[in-house]
Write a protein that binds this ligand. Structure first.
Ligand SMILES: [Mg+2]
Length: 371
């Protein structure tokens, strides 16, 4: 029998805001909003991201910048700080962090600019206590060398590692041992599972299901009647700790993508975002029709003058859900689109595709879509 792998997920805490705070020497307790020019509340752009202090005002990534201003204006009306953000700073900081994280990993996968998966099984000789100590060392090293705080999750597979890095955020370390998986899920809110969005959660809540163990307790057959067979089967795998622990730096070349070129280069990023989300929905529809799901979301942005950038983020398990990927695309766009630059083309690509084993699943997908 195979020994379980020891998978670490590292996620930097409020990454963009932390980098700016460090660079400008801002006070962490003052709300910091990174995004386009708010123009005294009349700005048409969006929020890229914000720090924990701004989140207390309900400000979120991809929110209209005018809405952020309404909630927390800058001086003299309030104490918010609004800045445009500096791309170069983020990639430099990210590169340095990834260098530190790569060292102990036998397999390493950068999932986004501020997130990575590491398989450290061999480095710690299968010792789960040594894995905790290792994460503490990595955390210290990142603070000492770069000045950024990071959270770590340690678990036998990707999705559990990802969930555990969220548990004690910020500056957290949390471990799930292979025989503690069901304990971890006990009364844990279903929204904490990556891949369960607002809509899915509402649907389950209507049946009185709010925690992961309640969901499992329903049994696969009963759950399938509520959510569809594929989701029910997937949840059983998650609960039983049977989802993938494979960490791979290789990006699958198989992908499905769509792009749109505007008639006129667009200044209004809210409009570009809407167009992106409609592309995401079309891509997801095609993927369901083809009976495949994906683990990688990529947003392509071409600015006036043909300069093109691609920004990606991967999730722990392959999915074909609209809500999951619209959420990812929204954040990728908000975090990466260069404010105040006109956009010529927007695109979305679903990568690292997974094909279900049976044709039956495919028929089921087509069926679900018509509901
Ligand atoms: Mg992060």
């Amino acid at each position: 029998m195979n020994e379980p792998r020891i998978i670490v997920h590292c996620d930097l805490d409020a990454f963009y805001a932390a980098v700016e705070t460090l660079h400008h020497g801002f006070d962490e307790s003052i709300p910091l909003i990174i995004g386009s020019d708010p123009e005294g509340g009349r700005g048409r752009g969006i929020v890229s991201t914000c720090n924990y202090a701004a989140r207390k005002f309900g400000i979120r990534s991809a929110m209209a910048i005018s809405e952020a201003w309404r909630r927390c204006p800058a001086a003299p009306y309030g104490n918010g700080i609004y800045i445009k953000g500096s791309r170069g700073l983020y990639s430099r900081a990210s590169r340095k962090v990834m260098q530190i994280l790569q060292k102990p990993a036998e397999y390493f996968e950068q999932a986004s600019i501020d997130e990575a998966y590491l398989d450290v099984t061999d480095f710690v000789s299968g010792d789960w206590d040594a894995a905790v100590a290792l994460c503490r060392d990595l955390q210290d090293e990142i603070i000492k060398q770069i000045g950024l705080s990071a959270s770590f999750g340690i678990a036998p597979n990707r999705i559990l590692a990802k969930m555990s890095s969220e548990v004690n955020k910020p500056k957290g370390i949390f471990r799930i041992l292979p025989d503690e998986v069901s304990l971890f899920f006990e009364s844990r809110n279903i929204r904490e599972v990556p891949g369960i969005g607002k809509k899915r959660a509402t649907q389950l809540t209507e049946w009185g299901i709010t925690s992961v163990d309640e969901m499992y307790g329903y049994g696969e057959i009963a759950l399938a009647r509520i959510t569809g067979e594929r989701f029910a089967n997937w949840i059983m795998m998650v609960y039983e700790g049977k989802t993938s622990s494979e960490i791979s730096p290789l990006r699958s070349r198989k992908s499905i993508g769509k792009e749109h070129t505007f008639d006129f280069d667009k200044e209004d990023h809210q409009l570009v975002l809407e167009s992106l989300l409609s592309l995401v929905r079309r891509v997801m529809k095609s993927s369901r029709e083809a009976g495949v799901s994906g683990r990688l979301a990529e947003v392509k942005i071409r600015y006036t003058g043909f300069e093109t950038h691609t920004h990606g983020r991967s999730i722990p398990v392959a999915m074909d859900d609209d809500e999951v990927f619209t959420g990812l695309a929204k954040r990728l766009f908000a975090n990466n689109a260069q404010q105040d630059r006109k956009i010529r083309l927007i695109g979305f690509r679903l990568g690292q595709l997974d094909t279900p084993k049976t044709k039956q699943t495919r028929l089921l997908n087509l069926f679900n879509e018509e509901e």
